[in-house]
Write a protein that binds this ligand. Structure first.
Ligand SMILES: *Cc1c(COP(=O)(O)O)cnc(C)c1O
Length: 368
């Protein structure tokens, strides 16, 4: 049997006509950048995320960058974030001349460990950026309490977590702002790069709207030095169609995850732990296994796709060597890098393939 890690065609085919109609409307209107299609999507997205505003931008990376710019993050500032995440989280901080300050993760959830944040706060800390990794929210109430006590802002990197909830509050709704990615492999994927910033703060939202067009409110007048972070209308049209199906897709992923959980219970494969009160959208279903690379190869030999998110932590990247974080400084992160393996969990996956993949993981681990 062949089990793909992800099959975007399976999601596209049943909604092909609807999507092509939506794209056609944009083509006919020739309003290609921002404009009515983007505004319509932004309204629906804000409602979905439980925030007052949603600002469509060109990617998840640009959502993070634009948010940090709107907070005025720059040289001399520090931003606290995990090291076990996609590069963009800390890359955006460094691009603005600020310093990413890495905090280790909780070994059970892979999310930033709130109990380690306070000791990293200094007079220079401008923001905390938790990442809701693999589709599960970080412990926002603890993070917000620390941020509040020190007068710093919380920017949620919710790139992998649209529609995830913690104690019924959607991702993006409990921080000062939340950043989303619509990269095609995310639960809500565009047909190219796209992203959004969600917030309840009127002034911040207005500033993000300016920053995404070079800080310009009307033509040739520039209030800020911004960037080119505009969302394309075709992407918004596709996303508006897909948003209707998103909750069903989350539920299908959760059913697959429940099957894996049951298969792996009590064995050598450590299933992902979901914190009490969390509704995970399982952007990835990530297990820990001994001899990970060998298990991955055995799965490939048996036709089962898998991937490693992330094999190298950010503090161990060449470009961040100047930060001086040494091997062993973030032990939980480093151990995760050695043990994690993401298994197929996309919504359209037939149940028999989930069971086959799960069985092969168990066999591959026992083979040692
Ligand atoms: C995907 C992702 C991003 C960046 O999103 P892009 O749309 O690819 O720029 C940022 N942070 C995390 C945690 C991500 O998974």
């Amino acid at each position: 049997m062949n089990v793909k890690l992800l099959d975007l065609t399976a999601q596209y085919l049943p909604i092909r006509n609807e999507i092509r109609r939506a794209i056609d409307e944009v083509c006919d209107a020739q309003a290609l950048i921002l404009g009515p299609a983007v505004e319509r999507f932004e309204k629906k997205l804000a409602t979905y995320c439980g925030t007052k505003h949603a600002v469509g931008v060109s990617s998840g990376t640009d959502a993070l960058l634009c948010s940090l710019m709107a907070l005025g993050v720059g040289p001399g500032d520090e931003v606290i974030c995990p090291s076990f995440t996609f590069f963009a989280t800390a890359g955006c901080v460094a691009r603005l001349g600020a310093k990413p300050v890495f905090v280790d993760i909780d070994s059970r959830t892979f999310n930033i460990d709130p109990s380690l944040i306070a000791e990293k706060i200094t007079g220079k800390t401008k923001a905390i950026m938790p990442v809701h990794l693999f589709g599960q929210c970080a412990r926002m109430e603890e993070i917000n309490a620390i941020a509040c006590a020190h007068g710093v802002k919380v920017i949620e990197d919710a790139a992998q977590a649209i529609g995830a909830r913690r104690n019924d509050a959607p991702a993006c709704s409990t921080g000062f702002a939340g950043c989303l990615s619509f990269y095609p492999t995310k639960n809500l994927g565009a047909f190219g790069d796209a992203g959004a910033i969600c917030t309840n703060d009127d002034e911040f939202a207005a500033n993000c709207r300016l920053l995404r067009v070079h800080g310009s409110g009307h033509a040739y007048h520039h209030k800020f030095i911004g960037g080119m972070f505009r969302l394309a209308a075709i992407q918004a049209a596709v996303l508006e169609v897909k948003l209707k199906y998103l909750n069903e897709w989350h539920e299908a992923r959760r059913r697959h995850a429940a099957i894996y959980d049951e298969l792996f219970a009590g064995g050598k494969v450590v299933a992902p732990h979901i914190d009490e009160g969390n509704y995970s959208i399982y952007n990835q279903y990530v297990v820990r296994v001994p001899n990970r690379d060998r298990v991955k190869q055995r799965l490939a030999d048996r036709g089962v796709g898998s991937a490693v998110y992330y094999p190298i932590a950010l503090h161990q990247q060449e470009c961040f060597a100047y930060l001086g974080v040494k091997e062993g400084d973030l032990p939980v992160t480093e151990q995760a890098c050695r043990e994690v393996l993401a298994l197929p969990v996309y919504p359209e996956l037939p149940e028999e393939q989930v069971r086959y993949a799960g069985g092969e993981v168990l066999r591959a681990v026992v083979g040692d």
